[in-house]
Design a protein around this ligand. Structure first.
Ligand SMILES: Cc1ncc(COP(=O)(O)O)c(C=O)c1O
Length: 413
């Protein structure tokens, strides 16, 4: 006997659009039952540490916004969003080496919405968008929702493999497949933690120009560059090199408070005009109130000092976790040493499968991580996994690394 839910599904499914039939659940959210047990030590979360949210200052900003301008901050706004915050975002972007005016900024509901709107503007069903290997799973979900196809280009410790990029574009175009854009996370990438060098960004910009590719530059971690010893990562956005063919996606999620859902997009005027229409159709405008809270926070607080504290917080945890991994992980296991962001990307020895090891890690060692395969659109991602140093306190980072090291050392091929 079919259940009532199955009956309903059979009735309603034929009514769903082709787009809706292409929606795929996030493979990471599907692991939630394994990953959400609070008694399990977690390297899995893809979220900022809540201790870093400046809750008191945001609360003061929220009270002030309501007390001083209630009719403004509780009202709809223009689709591009709250003008005072756009001014501040434009000034910060200009100071970081990407000169933009406030009219060239559109506020979004997190950079995830920026990705969705950009995909709607750029991609038709069947189009190819190039993505890094590995890349952010949330972008792959957005691409799937457009019924477009992600095709992987290799990325290493310095940047994208440009020979692979050119040969992939050449091959696809020779087959008659439209290749319009590249989606990239140049700085402290999710999941690898890697950052492109200045030279790699220069060369990538030239290659995109030559190949006629539009670029979606996703940069939620760019301001989380560590300040300790070592070569500092190049801070300038890729977009500053090719502003006429790049959309830059920014976010306050990782630096202030993810739950406020405030991000932004800047890009060339004809592109942004289409994004604005897509946003109008989607949600009219983002939350005026959330934007006003951030605007007042920025006006009343030393945001740069906050960012500096945040970088120190994550860098200290990264050092602790990687130190423990160097001691406890088997010698044939490699991992990235990020210069910013929240993640390290781990490569197990050939023959091991992180997806198969996760249930054992949770059951036997009470530790969770995210298997790498969902981040990898081309090639075999099974022996990779993503770990964050953002969530657990120092002593648990060390203990968790020790337990995982035990599992990875003894796991049979
Ligand atoms: C690379 C990347 N892009 C976009 C997002 C979405 O962030 P937001 O909260 O700004 O929508 C994330 C979140 O984890 C991310 O890692």
């Amino acid at each position: 006997m079919p259940t009532a839910t199955e009956d309903l599904a059979a009735t309603l499914t034929p009514l769903f659009s082709l787009d809706a039939r292409a929606f795929v659940p996030s493979p990471i959210r599907a692991l939630a039952p394994l990953l959400s047990d609070p008694t399990v030590l977690s390297f899995a979360a893809g979220v900022p540490n809540p201790e870093t949210f400046p809750a008191a200052a945001l609360s003061a900003a929220a009270s002030r916004a309501l007390a001083t301008a209630p009719t403004r901050v509780l009202q709809y706004d223009v689709t591009a969003g709250y003008a005072p915050l756009r001014e501040k975002v434009a000034a910060r972007s200009t100071a970081r080496g990407l000169p933009v005016a406030a009219r060239e900024i559109l506020l979004t509901t997190g950079s995830q919405q920026g990705l969705d709107l950009s995909s709607r503007v750029l991609l038709d069903p069947g189009d190819v968008i190039l993505v890094e290997v590995p890349t952010y799973v949330g972008a792959l979900g957005t691409i799937a929702a457009r019924r477009a196809r992600p095709v992987g280009v290799r990325r290493d410790a310095t940047g994208i493999d440009l020979d692979h990029l050119a040969s992939t574009v050449g091959r696809l175009r020779a087959e008659g497949t439209p290749v319009k854009a590249l989606y990239t996370i140049p700085s402290f990438q999710n999941p690898s933690g890697l950052a492109m060098t200045k030279g790699a960004k220069d060369a990538l910009a030239e290659a995109c120009e030559r190949l006629g590719l539009f670029v979606l530059e996703d940069d939620p971690y760019g301001e989380l560059a560590f300040e300790g010893p070592g070569e500092p990562a190049d801070p300038t956005p890729l977009a500053s090199r090719i502003p006429g063919r790049t959309a830059y996606l920014g976010s306050f999620s990782k630096t202030l408070a993810a739950g406020l859902r405030v991000g932004w997009i800047s890009g060339p005027a004809p592109f942004l005009a289409k994004v604005e229409l897509a946003k109008q159709a989607s949600d009219l405008c983002s939350s005026t109130f959330a934007a006003a809270v951030i605007d007042l926070y920025l006006a009343e607080n030393d945001y740069d000092a906050h960012l500096s504290g945040l970088r120190g917080f994550y860098e200290a945890r990264k050092e602790i976790l990687l130190g423990a991994m160097r001691e406890s992980f088997p010698a044939d296991c490699r991992f990235t040493d990020p210069r910013g962001g929240l993640f390290t990307w781990v490569e197990l020895r050939h023959g091991l499968d992180a997806g198969e090891l996760l249930p054992r890690a949770v059951a036997e060692e009470r530790v969770a991580f995210v298997p790498g395969a969902p981040f990898v659109v081309e090639g075999d991602g099974r022996r990779f996994l993503r770990m964050t140093f953002a969530k657990e306190p120092p002593e648990k980072l060390v203990e968790g690394a020790r337990r995982l090291g035990r599992l990875f050392s003894t796991a049979a091929r």
